[in-house]
Design a protein around this ligand. Structure first.
Ligand SMILES: [Zn+2]
Length: 306
């Protein structure tokens, strides 16, 4: 191969952008939709199922030399510190999913500050790497809880991935930018914000980039959204939970709609993830943070809630 760049030969096309792959590491019974039927004080009595599902993900990623960001719940890290060490030792980024999977609005600013400070310290110590990122339980950074952006910036976090730019009954900031951008809290604190992948159709952002959406939709719709991101010179962010690769998990006594949302497509998640990994390039946030920060041209400023 010639290293001479002064020739008139056409330069090879730039490689497509690397998309972001992320996992929220929590047990299947810790989802918000199960809060009413699986009280927190019973969590320790329920057999944990996380470890084999995480091992499956680590194998899928290792086979494709792909790295990812793992937003680990503090509750999980306390009970299985070796799991955090193993994920980090496999070359992945460890980030925070808070301590106890409480929605931000129920914590309030001071409790939230303690939560993100404690989880950051614990995870950094276990992983032997600085923790840069945070994802709120159930994407619970909204207009009402945008003070969280100020708190995260003050506590030393560099990025957040908790704002879903869609309409939904539990979360969402539909007018927030759909691509990585700077988010500015009502107090002036600023962070890189990495929203989940959406597909713009009929003037609306449709959620496609993870969880139940990825399980429900044909994988080609997700691929289409990723290809459209590439056409726009942007990166999509995919998120999944290890329990979504565990189809044999016990059925929780949730309300019917919640149970359907939780279980739809569980048997196909692993194959869909592998299919996407074989066709698109992915990495964790840390690995492309400089490029992400440079590309985040847009700024979205939250006002104080009325
Ligand atoms: Zn979660």
């Amino acid at each position: 191969m010639s290293g001479d760049l002064s020739t008139t030969a056409a330069m090879p096309a730039a490689p497509p952008p690397v998309h972001i792959l992320s996992f929220d590491v929590e047990e299947y019974f810790q989802v918000e939709a199960a809060a009413a039927c699986v009280p927190r004080d019973t969590w320790d009595s329920i057999p944990r199922r996380l470890e084999p599902a995480v091992a499956r993900i680590l194998d899928l990623l290792a086979a494709r030399r792909t790295s990812a960001t793992f937003f680990v719940l503090g509750w999980v890290a306390r009970r299985d510190p070796d799991l955090v060490r193993r994920i980090a030792a496999a070359g992945h980024e460890i980030a925070s999913h808070g301590m106890e999977h409480r929605m931000i609005g129920r914590l309030g600013p001071e409790e939230f500050r303690r939560d993100v400070r404690d989880s950051r310290r614990m995870l950094s110590d276990l992983a032997g790497q600085p923790v840069l990122g945070y994802r709120a339980p159930t994407f619970s950074v909204t207009h009402k809880t945008a003070w969280a952006i100020d708190v995260l910036a003050e506590e030393g976090y560099e990025y957040d991935s908790s704002v879903f730019p869609v309409r939904h009954d539990r979360y969402g900031v539909p007018e927030a930018p759909a691509w990585p951008h700077r988010a500015v809290g009502p107090g002036g604190g600023s962070l890189l914000e990495i929203p989940p992948l959406t597909l713009r159709l009929a003037g609306m952002n449709l959620p496609v980039g993870g969880g139940g959406y990825l399980r429900l939709l044909p994988v080609r719709v997700v691929a289409w959204a990723l290809a459209r991101a590439e056409d726009a010179g942007q990166r999509g962010m995919i998120y999944l939970h290890p329990w979504e690769l565990d189809p044999d998990q016990p059925v929780l006594p949730m309300r019917r709609l919640s149970r359907w949302r939780h279980r739809v497509g569980l048997r196909r998640t692993a194959a869909k993830l592998a299919w996407l990994l074989d066709r698109f390039r992915f990495a964790g946030v840390r690995q492309c943070r400089d490029a992400l920060a440079a590309a985040a041209q847009q700024t979205f400023t939250y006002g104080s809630p009325a």
